[in-house]
Design a protein around this ligand. Structure first.
Ligand code: C5P
Length: 313
C-alpha cells in the first residue's frame, strides 16, 4: 500500500477524522548567538522530545475552526493565529484545496511554557490534514511547511532528539542510548518567547556573544544514555533572561535540586522548569518534593526520548 493509500485508509477507518499524537520538548542545550539582522538568533539547540502529549483531531467541516480542551485550554487562541489552523491553511494553499476542517486540540502540554506546545499542535495538524486529505506530501515538504510556521515546529514533527541549527529549524537527528527520566514544574504564569529573547539581548548588550556550538560531552551523554553525564553537560543560555523576567523560578530550581535532581534548568524560554532524575523512583521523589514546595502550579513526570507527531492507529 502506498503512503497516500495508507493515509486515506487511515482516514476512512476512523470515520473521516484523523488523530495525531505529538510530544512536548525540553532543550538539553540551548546555545544562543547574537541577534541576526532578521531579529532571530542563531542557535545550537539540542531538542529532546518528552512523553507529555497533545492530541490533535481533524474532521471535515463547513469552515476552518479550532476547539481545545485540557487544563490550560482557556489560554489557547482559537482563531487563525493558532499554529494548528495556520498549518491547515498552509497545506491547503500549497495543494489548491479548501482548508475547511474542524481541528480539535486535546491539550496536555503546558501553554506558554517553553515546551513547544503550540509548535506541537502545528506539526500535529499538518500530519493530520495530510492524512485526512490524502495530500501525500513528502517529508521534505512537511518539514518545509513546519519551518515556515515556527522555529520549533520541525522538531515536533520528527521527535526523538535532534540538533537544531540556524534559528533552530535545521535539524540533524541525534542518537539516544537510553531512557531519561524528567520532572517538569509548571509555573503560575507564562513567559513570552520574544520577550525572553529581547531580555537575552538586553543582558548581553556591550558583550561579545560567541557563535553557538553544540557541546560534544552533551551529545556523547545522550548517545550513551548516561543521566549523570547529561546532567553535567546541560545548559540554557536563555535561563538568565528567563530568571530576570521571572525571578521566582530560582526557588523552584532550588527546590528540585534539594530533592535530589541531577540537574535543574529552565526549559527553553521558560517558565517551565525541568529536572533530570537518575531513575523513575528518583523522579517520583523530586516530583513529590516540588508539589509540596509551594513554588509551582503543577508537576509532571515524563520519559524521553518520545516519538514525533504520529497518526493514532
Ligand atoms: O520561530 P518562532 O515563531 O517560534 O519564534 C518566536 C520568536 O522567538 C521570534 O519572533 C523571535 O523573537 C524569537 N526567536 C529568536 N531566535 C530564534 C527563535 C525564536 O529570536 N532562533
Amino acid at each position: 500500500m502506498s503512503r497516500s493509500e495508507a493515509s486515506r485508509s487511515q482516514a476512512s477507518r476512523s470515520q473521516a477524522s484523523v488523530t495525531v499524537r505529538v510530544p512536548a520538548k525540553v532543550n538539553v542545550q540551548l546555545a544562543v548567538g547574537a541577534a541576526r539582522p532578521d531579529g532571530f538568533h542563531d542557535l545550537a539547540n539540542v531538542f529532546l522530545a518528552v512523553g507529555l502529549y497533545d492530541e490533535v483531531t481533524v474532521t471535515p467541516a463547513e469552515e476552518l475552526r479550532v476547539t481545545c480542551t485540557g487544563p490550560d485550554a482557556g489560554q489557547v487562541p482559537l482563531d487563525r493565529t493558532n499554529l494548528a489552523a495556520r498549518a491547515a491553511l498552509a497545506l491547503a494553499a500549497r495543494h489548491g484545496r479548501s482548508p475547511d476542517v474542524h481541528i480539535h486540540i486535546a491539550k496536555d502540554i503546558p501553554v506558554a511554557g517553553g515546551m513547544a506546545g503550540g509548535s506541537a499542535d502545528g506539526a500535529a495538524a499538518l500530519v493530520a490534514c495530510d492524512a485526512l486529505w490524502g495530500t501525500d506530501a513528502s517529508r521534505a515538504e512537511l518539514l518545509d511547511i513546519c519551518a515556515e510556521l515556527g522555529s520549533d515546529v520541525p522538531f515536533s514533527l520528527v521527535g526523538g532528539a535532534a540538533l537544531g541549527t540556524g534559528r533552530g529549524e535545521l535539524l540533524t537527528p541525534l542518537e539516544v542510548g537510553g531512557t531519561f527520566h524528567w520532572v517538569f514544574a509548571m509555573a503560575h504564569r507564562g513567559l513570552s518567547t520574544p520577550a525572553v529573547f529581547r531580555e537575552f539581548d538586553r543582558l548581553g548588550e556591550g558583550t561579545e556573544i560567541p557563535e553557538p556550538v553544540a557541546s560534544r560531552p552533551l551529545l556523547d551523554a545522550l548517545a550513551k544514555g548516561d543521566p549523570d553525564a547529561l546532567a553535567a553537560a546541560v545548559s540554557n543560555d536563555l535561563q538568565p533572561a528567563a530568571l530576570s523576567l521571572f525571578p521566582e523560578l530560582s526557588a523552584t530550581l532550588a527546590a528540585g535540586r534539594a530533592a535530589g535532581a541531577l540537574a535543574a534548568l529552565v526549559s527553553g524560554s521558560g517558565p517551565t522548569t525541568a529536572f533530570l532524575a537518575r531513575d523513575a523512583a528518583s523522579a517520583a521523589g523530586v516530583a513529590e518534593a516540588l508539589r509540596t514546595s509551594g513554588t509551582c502550579r503543577t508537576v509532571r513526570t515524563a520519559q524521553a526520548p518520545a516519538p514525533g507527531a504520529t497518526v493514532r492507529g
